[in-house]
Design a protein around this ligand. Sequence first.
Ligand SMILES: C[S@@+](CC[C@H](N)C(=O)[O-])C[C@H]1O[C@@H](n2cnc3c(N)ncnc32)[C@H](O)[C@@H]1O
Length: 262
Amino acid sequence: MSHHGQLDKAKIKQSFASAAGSYDAVAALQRQVGLDLLKKCPLQAEAGLVMDLGAGTGFLTRALAVTDYQSLLAVDIALPMLLSSRQKNQSLVVDYLCADAEQLPLANASLQQIYSNLALQWCEDLRAVFADCRRVLRQDGQLVLATFGPATLKELKAAWAKVDDFAHVNQFYSLQDINGFLQQAGFSDLSLESVVYQTQYDSVLGLMHELKGLGAHNVSQSRNRKPTTRQQLQQMIKHYENAMSDGQIIASYEIIFVRAGR
Ligand SMILES: C[S@@+](CC[C@H](N)C(=O)[O-])C[C@H]1O[C@@H](n2cnc3c(N)ncnc32)[C@H](O)[C@@H]1O
């Protein structure tokens, strides 16, 4: 499975730009995954520049807790996200760069470590992103990231599949795909792990409200370009809520944790 060439970049940028104000209130899973990522792959002690790629409102940027010998660079494609981070992290010394992870305007071997929490699933060409990450890392640098895997929102996907044939949920690369892309990009010292998180919601609309607040819109090119009708939405909700237990629906999120030594 691949979503290479199938994401609408302008829509991604616009979705996240308009979610900058709502993101933190609905990003509990993102914060949990970020903390788990740091526990699994702590910041290394080496001096140098640490990049938070797809930094958003700056939760991970802050949690990285760099030392006096290290400095922080927060990169995001959506300027309002970086402005929000700057406002929330006034006591942190951070350089901000509004740029696309697929076209990093950075010099070769300029970074010591790259961290990225739940951002790279929005990139079309992960092979190229990893190659560029390797280019900007120093010889002994590391790339650490968490991204979504294919089992993410499988219940929502299954409920929509009973209504129509469009892609209502973004497609995500598997652990095997990501492993292959990292190897092709030249990374050798790899460790990957897939963990499924499950969250409960009172209703499907509750889940959809959270996804909207995160800026996580369906950007797949094979999405339905016509607005979903109220009837289609109600059918999907009925299918999803058939599986309710104790008044709650479950949403699964497959998280792929990666550490790659340069
Ligand atoms: C779900 S948020 C995660 C934010 C943050 N890392 C966190 O853990 O809270 C995803 C972020 O990735 C950014 N993003 C998406 N595509 C990007 C790209 N191609 N280059 C840089 N940032 C990107 C979005 O603007 C958004 O701020």
